[in-house]
Design a protein around this ligand. Structure first.
Ligand code: ADP
Ligand code: MG
Length: 343
């Protein structure tokens, strides 16, 4: 008797969801990245009960055609890459075609969308072990709304790992903060249980950017940091580096974006640490919000399903560039400290 059988589409998606959908914040991240990939300039985010009850994101991006709605919810379906070569130089935040299918398999998901070309909007929901879909007309301006209700309602083991509503919301807020810091040109509204948390208008100049930075990372950080702007060998670095005197007991104000993507990277962490080594007391942590831009083919983003990590093609070059620019900038503002440690 045969012992092997094919997993149902829902179960296969639920297994995949284990990798990318850890908690409500991961759902928020995937949905917002899709909105940005669709060129949205406005994001309205509604969260209820830490995202466990409801996550709703409305964007004003280019929308999804009616005929693509079902595909958007199926696994390994994406509009972002077609051939392997595309993956070598991917410029979008997403490309795996897994997020919506995964999220839909562990929640009650509705996707509503309208494009410029369509007469009216359509929405899609999915049900059953085969994840069949139902597409029906609806009303929606150009753009997309993703509504995710009752996350993990059908995967009790996952649900058990969720923390309190407050903790889950803190994680969501951190994700949104990173997006807000990576895209100054996007308007972002966030509400939790009906209460407004962020009302961030798109910035059109450096002053407004600095205001957003102060709002999200405290005015003290902006006051006590220097701005940096450097370019060499196809690398561009800009942002804010905290003065050595603005050090922290925890590494809780450290943001690093590579081509608009918030990442944690060992090469970067090491370069920054080295740059601050002579000007910070042992055990203290620097604060920074830095942006690195380079050609997409020089960085591999397909390292981990959540894409928190990247791999630089020329990591030595990136390391030395970061170190030298930061070290120089810090030396300029703290000559005495540097001299003392050297002597
Ligand atoms: P990926 O982002 O890796 O392509 P997803 O499962 O996140 O995979 O999304 C599947 C597809 O659905 C995307 O490739 C895109 O074409 C479409 N899509 C998802 N969200 C949006 C959105 N907010 N606006 C426009 N298209 C979207
Ligand atoms: Mg995606």
């Amino acid at each position: 008797m045969s012992k092997i059988h094919q997993l149902s589409p829902r179960l296969a998606n639920q297994i995949a969801a284990g990798e990318v959908v850890e908690r409500p914040a991961s759902v928020v991240k995937e949905i917002l990245e899709n909105s940005l990939d669709a060129d949205a300039r406005r994001l309205d985010i509604d969260i209820e009960e830490g995202g466990i009850k409801l996550i709703r994101v409305r964007d004003n991006g280019h929308g999804i055609d009616q005929e693509d709605l079902t595909l958007a919810l199926s696994r390994h379906a994406t509009s972002k890459i077609l051939v392997l070569d595309d993956l070598e130089a991917v410029a979008t935040l997403g490309f795996r075609g897994e997020a919506l299918a995964s999220i839909a398999s562990v929640s009650r998901l509705t996707l509503s969308s309208q494009t410029e070309a369509q007469e009216h909007a359509w929405q899609v929901t999915t049900f059953g072990r085969d994840m069949e879909t139902e597409v029906s007309p609806c009303s929606h301006p150009t753009g997309t709304t993703v509504e995710v209700r009752d996350l993990f309602f059908n995967t009790p083991a996952r649900r058990k790992f969720l923390k309190t509503e407050k903790t889950e919301f803190t994680h969501i807020q951190e994700i949104i903060k990173r997006i807000a810091l990576s895209r100054y040109d996007v308007t972002i509204n966030l509400r939790h249980n009906g209460r407004q948390i962020y009302a961030l208008k798109a910035c059109s100049n450096a002053v407004e950017q600095e205001r957003r930075m102060a709002m999200l990372c405290t005015p003290e950080f902006v006051d006590q940091s220097i701005t940096i702007e450097a370019e060499a060998s196809g690398l561009r670095l800009w942002g804010w580096v905290g003065l050595p005197t603005f050090n922290r007991s925890q590494a809780d104000l450290q943001y690093f974006f590579v081509n608009g993507r918030s990442v944690r990277d060992r090469v970067v962490a090491h370069a920054v640490k080295q740059a601050y080594r002579d000007v910070l007391f042992h055990g203290r942590h620097p604060a920074y919000a830095l942006y690195l831009e380079l050609a997409p083919e020089n960085v591999d983003v397909n390292v981990h399903p959540t894409k928190h990590e990247v791999r630089f093609r020329e990591s030595r070059l990136v390391h030395d560039f970061l170190f030298s620019r930061l070290h120089r900038a810090l030396a300029d503002v703290s000559p005495e400290t540097i001299n003392t440690t050297k002597n």
